[in-house]
Ligand binder design. Structure first.
Ligand code: SF4
Length: 358
């Protein structure tokens, strides 16, 4: 088993709250039999109550698939190939669709990257939110309608009574995402999973939506998992961060520490590839190459073909995720050199100054 937890147990976070959701050696597999491919390869993490854990990585790292598995929403053909997901003490990884339904909305809410595809284009927005209250909370038509409008007010949609009668295409991207947040929070879930909630929005609206999410999270004492490309957003909103590469966790720890003193060359590369406000106009340093195809993951450390520090050992020996300080872990053979600054890697940007997508 690949246990990504540090010695004290659980993904490192600044608090010691009990985990609301835990993943243990989770494998997510595409296909069956000889042709099966692991897309997520043994991820373990804990999300303590009331905290925000960010999961970052390039496209194809397995972060969004991991998020979907926590809602029982894996795409067709992808199954839980091993390990477990425990939500509030209950194993949920192998629930049937029927068993998942009472959990979604009431216990777990999800916000997707593209609200337009998540909303029904033919149904008025107010009716879509009201439907959540009618079907999942058993409210009558009138009361559900009133609660829908209240939810829209709560997420800052002006003139909510009138806008409730509009269709999704009549809203701007930012307002549509507010509608999604209203829907996701309507039944007061305990865990909110936000999968790239601001990626499709312009920069000003991104900031507004993140402020709204954080405000709602704090007002309701929610636990949040934030899947994001945006290290600036992560640095401002997450208590801890989990960095994924090629279906594995390669680094984890308190976000401020990970994003100021990363302990894995991949995290260093992510931080160098986003703009630094202190150096406007400076060239970005993209990580060379591409993430690997899950069918042909490189031997040893999967990052070795792209890593500026790779040595012979990296090509043959898979690095275990191991502690690199209090509440921190890294899956690099030479993590101590990276975090100690002796690895001759480019200097990283300050977490509070980076902004943008990796
Ligand atoms: S184990 Fe080797 S290849 Fe992998 S990140 Fe560390 S130095 Fe780079």
């Amino acid at each position: 088993m690949t246990d990504t937890r540090p010695p004290h147990g659980g993904t490192p976070t600044p608090t010691d709250g009990a985990p609301l959701i835990s993943l243990t050696d989770l494998r997510l597999t595409l296909g069956r039999g000889a042709g099966a491919v692991d897309l997520v390869r043994g991820v373990s993490l804990d999300v303590p109550q009331g905290t925000t854990v960010a999961v970052v990585g390039e496209s194809g790292s397995g972060k969004s698939l991991t998020a979907l598995s926590m809602m029982g929403l894996l795409p067709p053909g992808v199954t839980v190939g091993g390990g477990d997901i425990v939500f509030d003490g209950t194993p949920v990884a192998r629930l049937t669709e029927r068993e998942w339904q009472p959990l979604r909305g009431r216990q777990l809410g999800m916000i997707f990257q593209d609200p337009l595809s998540a909303l029904n284009p033919c149904i008025r927005v107010g009716d879509q939110i009201a439907e959540m209250f009618r079907l999942r909370a058993g409210l009558g038509r009138r009361e559900a309608r009133d609660r829908a409008v209240e939810s829209m007010v709560e997420v800052g949609i002006p003139d909510a009574e009138r806008r409730a009668r509009s269709y999704p295409h009549e809203f701007s991207g930012g307002m549509r995402q507010r509608v999604m947040i209203a829907m996701a929070l309507s039944l007061q879930p305990r865990l909110l999973i936000a999968d790239e909630p601001t990626t499709a929005l312009d920069v000003t609206v991104q900031a507004q939506i993140m402020r709204l999410l954080i405000a709602r999270k704090q007002a309701r004492g929610l636990t949040m998992i934030l899947i994001s490309h945006d290290l600036g957003v992560v640095s401002r909103s997450a208590d801890s961060v989990v960095v994924m590469y090629a279906g594995r966790v390669v680094e984890s720890g308190p976000s401020r520490e990970v994003l100021t003193r990363p302990a894995h060359p991949y995290t260093v590369g992510l931080m160098r590839s986003v703009p630094d406000r202190r150096r406007p106009g400076a060239a970005l340093e993209a990580i060379p190459g591409q993430p690997p195809d899950p069918r042909t993951v490189p031997s040893g450390c999967a990052f070795h073909p792209r890593c500026p520090m790779a040595r012979d050992r990296c090509r043959t020996e898979v690095p275990a995720l191991r502690p690199v300080g209090p509440a921190r872990a890294s899956a690099c053979h030479f993590a101590d050199e990276v975090v100690g600054g002796g690895a001759n890697l480019p200097e990283t940007n300050d977490a509070s100054e980076v902004s943008g997508h990796v």
